[in-house]
Design a protein around this ligand. Structure first.
Ligand code: GAP
Length: 688
């Protein structure tokens, strides 16, 4: 099983030097992270794997590293200055800040989580929607209210039939259920209901901003933190960080300030569009070809969070793949849709390849594959420049759930046209663009085969490097029981847990009395109860849940409970003796590839040989030498950071020139001749 909470991964990352909170000396600054010694290795390896697979192994790609700061005009003509924004609201009661569309999306989705088979839930939901429509300005108000009334009328007819259908289905009476489906009245009612719901969906999609606004005006949305329904009006908040080139004395918004203004790039893509013609000419490239770039991007996100999933400074790995416009595609050549599908497939396979350790069983591979999916964006999700986008998503642990790790977009000729001068009226109209009077060039291409000039179309696979790091860490993280605890040890845990429960129940009663008397209580009864439930559930799954015991003891409801303090040290010892945390990272991504240990650190001959082996490999990849603990503990330390191979030098090594090589996932050990180590290790480290 991979990680079952982001907390596990985050704890490991902080403890073992993958990721540290930014500016920690000054109390930190929210959602900025520093990548530590192991984090930078992992991140570099991810970027290296992407670069090699994207550029070296293909014949149609070039690399680029464009400047982070570009002319402000780039962002004006790309559409970012006007539209790269999120709607923001503040709760007036608790001052928490939210993305308005997140709150509205959660409110719309709520009915799906509630019992959709209950007529009253539907009705309440649609009546609330009607109140929202009534808060919209005319003519949307009349149109919206009419749609909602039609839904409720259709529901009144459909619901008695629908309920009967579900009753037959639940009772397993397929024949009766099918008869109902075939019934003319039922079919008509169902159709009317479907059409009304479709009209409702389209109405929200087409009037998303007005609908969002009205949700808050009608006071339907509750603050997830404090439950208040009083919010500030939604206002658009541009996500680009601003700075200035040179000293600027002028106030914001003045001509002088605007002339000096620059933005930290929110995507690396625009740097590639700026260099399309340079790369094409310098490298004598013919369409189709692509340009790849890795680099930092910055977004002043309203709700960053989930560790390094959404941050304000992050790294992207982007490809802009330039192809023929549809009207120039000849028979037998791929069109934009086919290129789009091909890139989705290529990129999806890349993620699966590096998410899987070569030692994984078929069953493990299937389980990993089930945690990745490719999902086509709905029309209302599409960015202003995209004809179609497929998101590659990963099922992150805990409440985060499915999250986008890469978007593969068909950007058509939008960007190159937007940055070009001299564009015909019909193309500007088609792409909803204004003429670009700032650009000095037309970013077109002379196709020698077609003997024509055109602006290429673009397929863009855009992945997050830091988000990839979180994905691979979550998938690689495993807590494993390596030595089964004895029955006696399990019984001891159960008896300790029972003692904790007895004591905690007493504390709950005492706290309840204090609260009833209006006094402050030492314990929060609800939190202690929640802790006991977690503890019971964990103990019931022993020995498989052994490592989770420590997480259970960290529960906030366990604080200040004396028996918990007593229980912790022996539990820690047992967990350490019986379990290991292992990162089953693909060897190509592992931060440290090889660890070398002498069996005894006070034997200079062993130390010398171990050091010599380290030196032999350290020019090629990261190798560490360690003699600071017993071999068993050294193995565990390396497992926890995903080191694929450990080498132990012992007395036999001095006699016959062999060493013990231990593989991380299987923990199997083999004697290998020191001279054979390169041919033994190198293919395995490449994942062959
Ligand atoms: N050029 C297209 C573009 O930037 P995007 O979907 O906004 O598209 C692409 O971003 C990828 O960048 C995402 O799939 C994600 O992996 C990563 N990404 C976007 N915003 C991020 C953030 N705030 N923190 C970390 N990664 C982010």
């Amino acid at each position: 099983m991979p990680a079952n909470s982001l907390e596990q991964v985050r704890n490991l990352c902080m403890r073992r030097g993958f990721v540290f909170p930014g500016s920690a000396v000054y109390g930190g600054v929210a959602s900025f992270w520093d990548y530590g010694p192991l984090g930078v290795e992992l991140l570099n390896n991810i970027k290296k794997a992407w670069w090699q697979d994207t550029i070296y192994t293909r014949n149609d790609m070039e690399g680029l590293d464009a400047a982070v700061l570009m002319s402000r005009k780039v962002w004006q003509h790309s559409g970012h200055e006007a539209t790269f924004s999120d709607p923001l609201v503040d709760c007036k009661a608790c001052r928490s800040r939210f993305r308005a569309d997140d709150l509205v999306g959660a409110w719309i989705g709520k009915v799906r989580q509630e019992d959709v088979r209950r007529a009253d839930t539907w009705l309440r939901h649609f009546q609330a929607h009607e109140r929202v429509c009534a808060a919209m300005p005319e003519p949307l108000r009349t149109a919206g209210v009419q749609i909602m009334q039609e839904i409720q009328a259709a529901h009144e007819i459909w619901w008695p039939l629908g309920r009967l259908f579900l009753k037959f289905k639940d009772a397993g009476d397929e024949a009766a259920a099918r008869k109902m489906v075939d019934d003319e009245d039922a079919r008509r009612a169902n159709q009317r209901m479907k059409s009304a719901q479709e009209a409702h969906k389209q109405f929200i999609e087409q009037n998303a901003t007005a609908f969002e606004f009205a949700c808050f005006k009608a006071k339907e949305i509750e603050c997830p933190k404090c439950g208040s329904k009083e919010f500030t009006e939604p206002r658009n908040f541009n996500l680009m960080f601003q700075s200035h080139v040179g000293p600027v004395a002028a106030d914001k918004g003045t001509d002088e300030e605007k002339a000096a203004r620059v933005y930290l790039r929110p995507e690396t893509a625009q740097g590639i569009f700026m260099n399309f013609a340079h790369v094409q000419r310098a490298m004598a490239r013919k369409i189709p070809f692509g340009v790849a770039q890795i680099g930092k991007a910055f977004r002043n996100e309203i709700t960053p969070g989930n560790f390094i999933f959404r941050t304000r400074e992050f790294e992207q790995m982007e490809i802009e793949f330039f192809i023929k416009p549809p009207q120039f595609v000849k028979e037998g050549e791929k069109n934009d849709q086919q290129w789009h599908e091909e890139w989705v497939e290529q990129r999806f396979n890349w993620w699966l390849r590096y998410a899987t350790s070569p030692s994984a069983t078929l069953e493990d591979r299937d389980a990993t594959a089930a945690r990745f999916r490719a999902r086509a964006q709905t029309p209302d999700e599409l960015a202003h420049y995209a004809k179609a986008t497929t998101d590659i998503e990963y099922l992150f642990p805990g409440s985060l759930g499915w999250g986008e790790i890469e978007g593969v977009a068909n950007r058509t000729d939008f960007d190159l046209t937007a940055h070009s001068n001299d564009i015909p009226e019909e193309d500007l109209k088609r792409l909803k663009l204004e003429p670009n009077k700032d650009s000095t060039v037309k970013l077109d291409y002379f196709d020698p085969d077609a003997k024509a000039r055109y602006i290429p179309w673009v397929i863009e696979p855009s992945a997050g490097a830091t988000r990839a790091m979180l994905t691979f860490l979550c998938e690689a993280y495993h807590d494993e029981v390596v030595t089964e605890p004895t029955k006696q040890q399990i019984d001891q845990i159960k008896s300790d847990a029972a003692m904790i429960r007895k004591n905690a129940e007493k504390k709950i009663k005492e706290a309840q009395k204090e609260i009833a008397a209006g006094r402050e209580a030492k314990h929060d009864p609800a939190k202690v109860e929640a802790f006991l439930n977690v503890l019971d559930e964990t103990v019931a799954r022993l020995p498989a849940s052994l490592t989770e015991l420590l997480t259970a003891l960290d529960h906030e409801g366990a604080q200040n409970l004396e028996p918990v303090k007593k229980f912790r040290p022996p539990t820690e010892k047992l967990v350490e003796d019986c379990t290991r945390t292992v990162l089953r990272l693909h060897p190509a991504l592992a931060p440290v590839k090889l660890a070398v240990f002498p069996l005894k650190k006070n034997k200079p001959e062993l130390v010398e040989l171990a050091q010599a082996i380290k030196e032999r490999f350290q020019r090629h990849f990261r190798v560490v030498y360690d003699d600071s603990a017993g071999i068993g503990r050294l193995y565990r330390r390396q497992d926890e950071i995903g080191t694929p191979f450990c080498i132990t030098v012992d007395f036999e090594s001095l006699e016959d020139g062999t060493v013990t090589v231990r593989e991380r996932d299987s923990m199997e050990q083999e004697r290998v001749k020191i001279d054979d180590l390169p041919s033994y290790l190198l293919p395995r480290l490449q994942g062959e």
